[in-house]
Design a binder for this molecule. Sequence first.
Ligand SMILES: NC(=O)C1=CN([C@@H]2O[C@H](COP(=O)(O)OP(=O)(O)OC[C@H]3O[C@@H](n4cnc5c(N)ncnc54)[C@H](O)[C@@H]3O)[C@@H](O)[C@H]2O)C=CC1
Ligand SMILES: O=C([O-])CC(=O)C(=O)O
Length: 328
Amino acid sequence: MTQPVNVTVTGAAGQIGYALLFRIASGQLLGADTPVKLRLLEIPQGVKAAEGTAMELDDCAFDLLAGIDIFDDPTAGFEGTNVALLVGARPRGPGMERGDLLEANGGIFGPQGKALNAGAAEDIRVLVVGNPANTNALIAQANAPDIPAERFTAMTRLDHNRALSQLAAKTGAAVGDIRNLTIWGNHSATQYPDIFHAQIGGRPAVEVVDDQAWLEDTFIPTVAKRGAAIIEARGASSAASAANAAIDHVHDWVNGTPEGSWTSAAIPSDGSYGVPEGLISSFPVTSTGGTWEIVQGLDVNEFSRARIDASVAELTEERDAVKGLGLI
Ligand SMILES: NC(=O)C1=CN([C@@H]2O[C@H](COP(=O)(O)OP(=O)(O)OC[C@H]3O[C@@H](n4cnc5c(N)ncnc54)[C@H](O)[C@@H]3O)[C@@H](O)[C@H]2O)C=CC1
Ligand SMILES: O=C([O-])CC(=O)C(=O)O
């Protein structure tokens, strides 16, 4: 049997944690041949609930689950870890401004970055889910100077999947017939879901849709504001769909994206498409050999350019704010 892979999940006792852990343990994150050891990291108040989840994981008798450990200290929680899913974050409370939220999360992602730097395995890969995900990833990365910068990523796969589903519903196509959608920018309401390079059953998606008003007035805002719509409907933020997207992101990162198609992930910019180098921004990406690469050479029309620029401007502001707070 192959060596188990150590997977640390922070915020393990939260709603996304509950939707995520069972799927990791069943082999959906890394594949049906890869045993996993789960490391659940919580704050002290969350440890008891994490213990309950661990009992349930035991009760599933998953073949691939080689062990579960629970921690309330990041240094111990990230010791030897290969895959870190940073889900736990400080939600925005009443009256909190963006700056307050960034500062509160700096208190989480700064120490977690240091702990990853101190003890994670050589091949560590980090996915940040906790919001504001892109900038939290930047904070963790800045605190982990010995880990290659490209190992820090943030999740826009939920946005990507939401866009796929909306496009399928509009056109009557199967989700599996749609290729090469892109989410650009920040995981926030400024994100830009781009269908200009997408294909549906081999035809350009814009041609199949043939409805610019729908694109501008329905598709883009529906995808960008879906998180808020879920909160409104469910009384709680997306959890199972967020966990599903985290599984998709890491699975494709480790096992590769299918030939001839790309997905979306927020990864450190190398300056491509005019996104300032170092910002953790969503791009069209493929993965081969365990490394994300930005899809190059796409024409960006004026409509797309303005929207990409607006989201990237927000990311730049967030970066400047955390820099001002001394968090990076
Ligand atoms: N990127 C994306 O697409 C999405 C991101 N999110 C974000 O994911 C995050 C988690 O969401 P939920 O699971 O619904 O929240 P939740 O509030 O149910 O759970 C969060 C858990 O994190 C724990 N936690 C807080 N600080 C921690 C720390 N320093 N170390 C370890 N654990 C810590 C809490 O005790 C709690 O159990 C939120 O920030 C949410 O906004 C949610 C949906 C989609
Ligand atoms: O909007 C939220 O607070 C949760 C989130 O990130 C999403 O569902 O996309």
